[in-house]
Design a protein around this ligand. Structure first.
Ligand code: 3H9
Length: 709
């Protein structure tokens, strides 16, 4: 007999039920757990000694992480998936209909099916701990909340608030969930049990919670009648289509399940939920998103070196260079990792500017109510700076974010080595310069590493960690572990020019310029890549990154890899006249007061061409996509990433490669190497040798192998 996940004991007529899935770090609702739930609740209903139920998780910081996603992977057909969900619905209906009142005490992640279970209970108490988060992230996995979430949440908090959470797959901190009416009481962790038991006891005595009608007058007008509902649904549908561009079917399905339930009642809504789940769970989109979930989870435990030595715990961080990157790293380190941060730049005016920008990141957290005023004060106090290295001596990690120039970076490295302690790691936030070259002047090269953050630092989820030739494994685990504390997904990449992200971006950006010179219009180039699924097209991205920065990075890649990376003259002619992109108010597009306007026709004049409409949209798309895919495959062959998993997660989190395609390497597997090779050969014939298929793809095509088994 496997160990039981659910256990209960009677206390003064209240059955205290605890879910603690043996041998697992989190509670999840698998088929076996469902069976136990059904059996336990049947017993509780039958037992006359039980007057009410109080339900808890036995995991220290985790309530229930939802349905067992691993079971989804094994589903082979829509009817099978539909049955799986129908069983889940039945289980939760049994809880909702239970004749004995059920109160639930929530501490830790309460997500997906876990939150749906809580919604089926009769009273919800949650802790105010930051680890307590509630939400329905299902659409992030390409499915919809299907254990009654699309039915019970709108009835509890109002249709608009529910759609807001369901359609975006949002997860909220307990405080927000409480304000929205998703939980009835918010308490500090030490009294969770007592308060939940007290609620169960009150309910056993006949008391029932009285909840406000959600949403006020506006709620009544919009949620409470068919006309208002139709309006809300129409708007939500439009918004979903704008955001997903039709690439992700789950939010629309969720919208339909909510609408069906509100129009025809919970049983009809639940039936629709199950049918839609069945269809979605076996789609390619959902499979890809589930793969991304597991890949990201694996990465949380991967330090990028075999038998990773324990990382040095960072309490104090030094940052040299207070520009956009330096201050972004500072603000993010303070808010996420809660460490002391000391900023340094050449003069105090720059330091002041950097501190202001870093503080702005902390202020933003307060504005979004992610932290309290008290926490805000505490975090702001962690930021300090100066024009010298005072305060650096005790830093366990120093990140350099100065100008992208080898000599400048080496000078800073030597200065830092002279002031920091023996155990300090020196990290360069370079985007292209090989770490081994920077470390060539180091007295202790084993402590030198690359930490390539992406801009804007608080928002971009990826970090590339780059060990140089002599970097010690403990320095790698220290950089990875600190990156993770900053909330980043870290991939450890090989010390080759451009590392992984800029390496695959280089040919793609260049190809955008080639297309421009061949007469494609700016908006058309961007439109094709947005159609493919990128959040923005390559020319918008160039404007964001800065054309001057991109030109410099392009130069490094060109020098390292030769003709294949030769930049077409378009970008250089724009840089020459100061068109650096958004930061200069003009690039490929115009910018006014920080807002992006239309494409600027002056660009065509500057580069001496006229858009001629001669290139078909399909050709634009093919050239851009294959430029990136070919280079990605080649870089994998050179061992730039340690696995296809790292390559795909890097591209998705670093440049927004469409998640529903699973990343460039999964996409290549889907296309098949043979097809990729023949498309590339045709492109090479038409456009030049930069498209000659790389050896990795040729070999895969001839042997019938792929990136993933
Ligand atoms: C759903 O509920 C559908 C319903 O509407 C309808 C159904 C009827 N399943 O992330 P961690 C594993 S869909 C399977 O490192 P943390 C994870 O893979 C579900 N496995 O911990 C890892 O395994 P391993 C909606 C799961 O503390 C281990 O647990 N729910 C699941 O950093 C530790 O995970 C979600 O989308 C799961 N549901 O973060 C929530 N959850 O040790 C998904 C976790 O073998 N989960 N594992 O590598 C999360 O967001 C995070 O795991 C969580 C904990 C915040 C819970």
């Amino acid at each position: 007999m496997p160990a039981r996940a659910l256990n209960w004991a009677l206390h003064d007529g209240i059955a205290v039920v605890t879910l603690d899935l043996p041998g697992e770090p989190v509670n999840k609702i698998s088929r076996a757990v469902k069976d136990e739930f059904n059996a336990t609740f049947a017993t509780l209903e039958r037992d006359p000694a039980v007057r009410a139920v109080a339900f808890f998780s036995g995991k220290p910081d985790n309530f229930i992480a939802g349905a067992d996603i691993e079971e989804f992977v094994r589903l082979t057909s829509a009817p099978e998936a539909e049955r799986l969900v129908a069983d889940g619905q039945e289980m939760l209906d049994r809880v909702a209909r239970c004749t004995k009142p059920v109160a639930v005490g929530i501490h830790g992640a309460c997500l997906g099916g876990g939150f749906e279970f809580a919604l089926a209970c009769h009273y919800r108490v949650a802790t105010d701990h930051p680890k307590t988060q509630l939400g329905l992230p299902e659409v992030q996995l390409g499915i919809l909340p299907a254990a009654g979430g699309c039915q019970r949440l709108p009835r509890l908090v109002g249709m608009r608030a529910a759609l807001d959470m369901i359609l975006a797959g949002k997860v909220e901190h307990a405080q927000r969930a409480f304000r929205a009416g998703m939980v009835d009481e918010l308490v500090p962790p030490p009294i969770l049990k007592d308060v939940t038991l007290a609620a169960a006891t009150r309910m056993a005595g006949g008391w029932r919670p009285r909840r406000r009608r959600p949403g006020g007058v506006m709620g009544w007008l919009l949620d409470g009648n068919p006309l208002g509902r139709r309006l809300v649904f129409r708007m939500a549908r439009r918004q979903v289509l704008e955001q997903t561009r039709g690439n992700y079917p789950a939010p629309l399905a969720a919208l339909e399940a909510v609408a069906t339930g509100l129009a025809h009642g919970i049983p009809a809504g639940s039936k629709r939920e199950a049918e839609l789940f069945g269809r979605l769970a076996v789609t390619d989109v959902s499979r890809k998103l589930v793969q991304i979930f597991f890949a990201t989870t694996q990465l949380k435990k991967d330090f990028g070196v075999p038998d990773p030595p324990p990382p040095v715990e960072v309490h104090r961080l030094g940052i040299v260079g207070t520009g956009f990157m330096g201050s972004g790293i500072a603000g993010t380190a303070v808010t996420q990792a809660v460490v002391d941060v000391r900023l340094k730049d050449a003069d105090l005016a720059r330091v002041a500017q950097g501190l202001r920008a870093a503080r702005e990141i902390v202020d933003d957290r307060l504005r979004r109510r992610r932290i309290t005023k008290h926490e805000h004060q505490r975090l702001v106090a962690l930021l300090s700076g100066g024009d010298g290295y005072v305060g650096f001596r005790r830093a366990e990690l120093v990140i350099e974010a100065v100008f992208e120039d080898l000599t400048v970076k080496q000078r800073v490295l030597r200065e830092i080595e002279a002031v920091v302690g023996e155990r300090a790691v020196f990290a360069s936030n370079t985007s292209t310069i090989p770490i081994t070259r920077i470390a060539a002047v180091a007295a202790r090269p084993e402590r030198v590493i690359g930490m390539h953050f992406f801009s804007p630092v608080p928002r971009m989820p990826l970090l590339e960690v780059i060990p140089g030739e002599h970097t010690a494994p403990w320095a790698v685990s220290t950089a990875v572990s600190f990156g993770r504390r900053m909330g980043k997904t870290a991939i450890v990449v090989r010390d080759r020019p451009g590392f992984w992200i800029n390496r695959i971006l280089g040919p793609y950006m260049n190809e955008a310029a080639h297309l421009l010179l061949a007469g494609a219009a700016i908006e058309e180039i961007d439109r094709q890549m947005v159609r493919f699924g990128f959040p923005v097209g390559p020319l918008t991205l160039l404007d964001e990154v800065g054309l001057d920065v991109a030109e410099k990075a392009g130069g490094v890649l060109h020098a390292a890899f030769g003709e294949r990376f030769a930049p077409p003259p378009a970008v250089a002619s724009l840089v020459r006249v100061g068109r650096f992109g958004r930061k200069a108010g003009q690039g490929f597009y115009r910018y006014a007061r920080g807002k992006k306007g239309g494409a600027d026709p002056a660009v065509y004049e500057l580069i001496g061409i006229r858009p001629n409409g001669g290139l078909r949209p399909a050709e634009i798309l093919q050239r851009l996509v294959f430029a990136m895919l070919n280079e990605a495959a080649r870089a994998v062959g050179e061992g730039v990433v340690r696995s296809s998993r790292d390559g795909d997660i890097g591209a998705i989190f670093g440049i927004g490669f469409p998640p529903f395609r699973g990343g460039p390497l999964r996409h290549l597997d889907d296309l098949g190497a043979a097809r990729a090779v023949s498309e590339l050969e045709r492109l090479a014939e038409r456009c030049g040798p930069r498209f000659v298929p790389c050896d990795v793809l040729r070999e895969q095509a001839s042997r019938g192998t792929r990136f993933y088994p």
